[in-house]
Design a protein around this ligand. Structure first.
Ligand SMILES: [Fe+2]
Length: 267
């Protein structure tokens, strides 16, 4: 990738034709995408350092796969690159992870993420299979976005299944919510560029609260009505009044401006 694009595409082309739409394999685009070197030696040196520090960013699964979360939190080159790319994409917080596999068939299993990912293969060979989000029901996607524990593992569907063979130097774009599985052939080193999705709920809930405080809305005390009832009626009235007030332009403007400010502060 050049400073103005992703793989052989300009940012505009990539965002219009691939972003959150379909996967694309960019042969030989790794060097430009990263704009910095990263070798197995560097991976092991960083892993050693993190192990000594007792960092939770180093995750090892049964000796077959070593995973370092957020290498961009430890290596300034990667931090700089994540900032550049995030700005071009319009995403508030992005990062790089790194994975090293030591065996054939090393991988994380079939799953989907609540992020767009770019797999940048630096050493070895991997085969990736992907199927579109249409194979996942809406509720499961919503639970993933809501961060419900244990949601994410998902079988690939036959419909729309695509397979990509990656060699060292290739970059594969995995769009948001596509089910995927990557399998190594022997020893591999890869870096992933992660662009996490932000839900409207993430912004709306705190922005609503901020807007109500700024506009001095909902400050009336909730009545304590004893055992005789009437509490739910009072709550329903308050909810109705707020929803009515929210229809007005000044409220909506303030809410949007608070959501926008909160999106800039994500991360
Ligand atoms: Fe993944």
């Amino acid at each position: 990738m050049t400073a103005n694009g992703i793989g052989e595409f300009s940012f505009e082309e990539f965002l219009a034709n691939y972003w959150r739409q379909k996967p694309v394999l960019m042969k030989g685009a790794a060097k430009e995408f990263l704009n910095t070197d990263f070798s197995l030696d560097q991976f092991h040196a960083l892993a050693k350092r993190l192990r000594a520090e007792g960092s939770s960013d180093l995750i090892q699964t049964d000796g077959k796969v070593e995973f370092i979360e957020q290498i961009s939190g430890h290596l300034e080159d990667f931090a700089e690159r994540a900032r550049e790319l995030g700005k071009a994409i319009g995403a508030p917080r992005t990062w790089f992870d790194a994975t090293c596999t030591h065996v054939d068939d090393g991988g994380l299993g079939e799953h989907f993420d609540h992020s767009d990912n770019f797999v940048i293969l630096l050493e070895g060979q991997e085969t990736w299979r992907l199927s579109p989000p249409s194979g996942i029901d809406r509720e499961t996607v919503a639970m993933r976005m809501a961060g419900v524990d244990g949601v994410g593992g998902h079988k690939l569907s036959k419909e729309g299944l695509q397979e990509f063979d990656l060699e060292a130097g290739d970059v594969l774009y995995l769009p948001l919510f596509w089910v995927h599985s990557g399998v190594s052939k022997g020893k591999t080193l890869s870096v992933s560029y992660v662009v996490p999705a932000v839900s409207f709920e993430n912004l709306l809930a705190p922005a609503l609260s901020a807007t109500m405080r700024e506009m001095l809305l909902g400050y009336q005390p909730v009545p304590f009505t004893g055992a005789g009832g009437g509490r739910d009626e009072a709550l329903a009235k308050a909810a109705g009044l707020l929803l009515e007030r929210a229809q007005q332009g000044d409220f909506r403007e303030r809410l949007v401006s608070n959501m926008s400010r909160m999106l800039d502060q994500v991360g």
